[in-house]
Write a protein that binds this ligand. Structure first.
Ligand code: RUQ
Ligand code: CUA
Length: 666
């Protein structure tokens, strides 16, 4: 009897951790967190549109995903830094140059942060910028087409994490290097011992100028900085619009076991940088030239083709000589997020290991600079006194603060990774007014318009790092997850969980009304300047140039022209330049050929895309359309005959002819 009791007890104790993981044992407040009308608030009836576009980085998938809010429905995946076989991005001849870098072709990356263009600090619905973290790059997506139009590599950088945050009028996107490293431009010798970090490693922040009309980017200038880790950043706005703020960790300047060695000091830094002053110094010729190679890739909507140019020079400013461009402010402890409120007056640092959220005052920063109220210098850069620049601290807000967003009504919302919650607090009074749990371990959070002067408010969306038991299990790898909360009242209310692809880091949501009316429906065929475009079936044809065979092919419901091709030989490279002749919305045609070891392509109306195919054997190979385009989609097919090397089969092509067979002459 006794023994049975003990074994039951042991069984119960052993089961306890498991019990905690099953849905019945979720925290009590989960059921109360979802109110009775939550379903109604996120229900977008069939045929109705969502109120917001939510543009979400894909993390390690190197892409960007677009969801509707409040429904959480996935609308589109925009390939950026990663090849995407679904539509041939990075596989088609036109898009391969977009993934070129000074390291060669890099068809993947890790994208963390979205920045939507602003005018006067408000969303203008023109472009979305996103960073490539690993091989430093910034991409620009045109929100008329939801396509990546430009990718620029960031030279003199290693790990483009604090990027691509924007100035108020999108004059610049910023790119701070996460990893400091020995400079490797033409005038430096980067072959140094790793433990000489303190002497030899440097950081940089780059300012990527954005053309106000076309959006085209260029590396305008860079600022050389002490070797620390630059983590996140925000541009100022309103009174602080000339400034940028960056969180810095590893001010210990450790080069190994950072989890211990970079967690020694009680305070690291937020760096305040005056980009307007930098601009003036560049104009006055105070920059030094750095010889460094980086790729600049631009996709043209006219030629439907990307080109990659290798640039060879940047201009670098040195704050050791230009004394009034950079200041450090002490910030407890290992700060991650660094966020500016809509008024531009308050800057909050989120110290991952801090027990408070410090809020800095822009006015006080200006006064401390004017008064030279320094506590010392760090690598010759002035460090302002903490008390002199502090508006105040939010005490005991939670554990592991990461990022803060704003609702425009005087409240800030901070994500807490360790305590898995969103905490709402009053910016002026620094008082916590509400908190809600997240499931689980929230990273970024986003309020529509949260980083602008005029937040759209209404919702906060949590991007969680751990999903655990929230969805049906799918083996060891689980879906990533976002959660939507209503913030229209005093208290935050959980409305919806929705799964996300890749790992969502930052996201921005924007009212649909700023984008939907401008959305491109198709490309005008008469404006197609692709060199191999066939703007009508009469222009279709096949030509040979040495071992290159160029097929100018058209597609229209429901045939290709030509659809019979003979005279291709082993050793040939065949380029299928497919022009979609349709001039109507939502009628793409696909193209695939058997044995192609790149991808299929998906061609939008009015566009030309090229698939390169090197046949590996003699025979007759089918081609077909991969997008179900009409009732006769299955009939949209053809054949390519491949003959042996040196065969005398003439190069012929046709569509709709019952041509006489041409026998191979061996
Ligand atoms: S980060 S979870 Cu790469 Cu933006 Cu903070
Ligand atoms: Cu064209 Cu199916």
């Amino acid at each position: 009897m006794k023994i049975r009791h003990i074994s039951l007890l042991i069984a119960a104790v052993l089961a306890l951790p498991l019990l905690l993981l099953i849905p019945g044992c979720k925290p009590k407040n989960i059921s109360s967190a979802v109110e009775g009308d939550a379903a109604q608030k996120v229900y977008v009836a069939p045929g109705k549109y969502d109120e917001f576009y939510n543009i979400v980085s894909g993390g390690f998938n190197g892409q960007v995903a677009v969801y509707g809010i409040p429904s959480g429905r996935l609308l589109r995946i925009v390939p950026v830094f990663s090849q995407f076989p679904e539509n041939g991005w990075g596989y088609s001849e036109e898009t391969k140059p977009m993934l070129n870098t000074s390291h060669g072709f890099v068809p993947w990356d890790d994208s963390h942060h979205i920045a939507l263009s602003t005018t006067n600090g408000e969303h203008d619905g023109r472009w979305a910028f996103v960073n490539g973290n690993n091989t430093p790059r910034i991409a620009r997506i045109n929100l008329k087409t939801f396509r990546t139009e430009e990718i620029i590599e960031i030279p003199n950088s290693s790990g483009n994490h604090s990027s691509p945050f924007l100035t108020e009028n999108s004059e610049y996107a910023v790119a701070g290097t996460r990893f400091s490293y020995p400079m490797d431009d033409g005038d430096s010798d980067p072959d140094v011992a790793i433990n000489t970090y303190k002497q030899n490693f440097k950081g940089t922040v780059s300012f990527i100028g954005i053309n106000p009309e076309s959006g085209e980017m260029k590396v305008s200038f860079q600022v050389l900085l002490p070797g620390v880790n630059f983590d996140l950043s925000r541009g100022g706005r309103g009174p602080s619009r000339d400034w940028f703020f960056f969180s810095c960790y590893n001010t210990e300047q450790a080069n190994t076991l950072l989890e211990v060695n970079a967690s020694q000091k009680d305070k690291d830094f937020i760096m305040a940088l005056n980009w307007k002053k930098c601009e003036e110094y560049v104009k006055a010729g105070k920059g030094k030239k750095s010889k460094v190679r980086y790729a600049h890739n631009v996709y043209s909507d006219k030629t439907h083709t990307g080109t990659s140019t290798i640039e060879t020079e940047t201009i670098v400013l040195d704050p050791k000589e230009l004394k009034d461009i950079v200041y450090f402010m002490p910030c407890p402890k290992s700060p991650h997020g660094c966020d500016v409120d809509p008024s531009g007056e308050y800057i909050c640092g989120s110290g991952k290991l801090a027990a408070v959220i410090p809020v800095f005052s822009f006015q006080k920063i200006q006064k401390a600079i004017a008064d030279k109220n320094y506590e010392g210098t760090f690598d010759d850069i002035p460090v302002l006194k903490y008390d002199a620049v502090l508006h105040g601290e939010v005490k005991k807000p939670g554990l592991g603060p990461l990022h803060t967003e704003f609702d425009g009504k005087g409240f800030a919302y901070t994500s807490f990774f360790v305590s898995s919650e969103i905490v709402k607090w009053n910016i002026e009074k620094l008082e916590v007014v509400d908190r809600v749990p997240t499931y689980y371990s929230i990273g970024h959070l986003s309020i529509p318009g949260g980083p602008t002067r005029k937040p759209h408010g209404k919702y906060v969306i949590a991007y969680n790092k751990i999903t655990k038991d929230r969805y049906l299990p799918t083996g060891p790898e689980l879906t990533q997850s976002a959660q939507l909360y209503d913030i229209s009242g005093d208290k935050m209310k959980l409305l919806l969980d929705f799964p996300t692809t890749g790992e969502p880091h930052y996201a921005e949501a924007i009212p649909a009304s700023l984008i939907a009316p401008k959305s491109v429906r198709f490309f005008k065929i008469e404006e197609n300047e692709h060199p191999y475009a066939a703007k009508g079936e009469k222009e279709a044809g096949v030509t040979r140039n040495g071992n290159q065979v160029h097929v100018k092919m058209t597609s229209i419901r429901s045939h290709f022209n030509p659809d019979n091709i003979e005279g291709v030989k082993m050793g040939d490279e065949v380029y299928f330049h497919v022009t979609n002749l349709e001039q109507d919305w939502d009628v793409p045609h696909g193209f695939a050929v058997k044995g192609a070891n790149n991808a299929e392509i998906l061609v939008m109306p009015g566009e030309t895309c090229t698939l390169k195919w090197v046949p590996d054997r003699v025979g007759v190979f089918p081609i077909y359309c991969t997008d179900f385009c009409s009732a006769l989609h299955q009939e949209m097919q053809g054949y390519v005959r491949v003959s042996p090397r040196g065969s005398s089969t003439p190069l012929i092509f046709s569509m709709g002819n019952k041509a006489e067979p041409t026998g191979a002459v061996k």
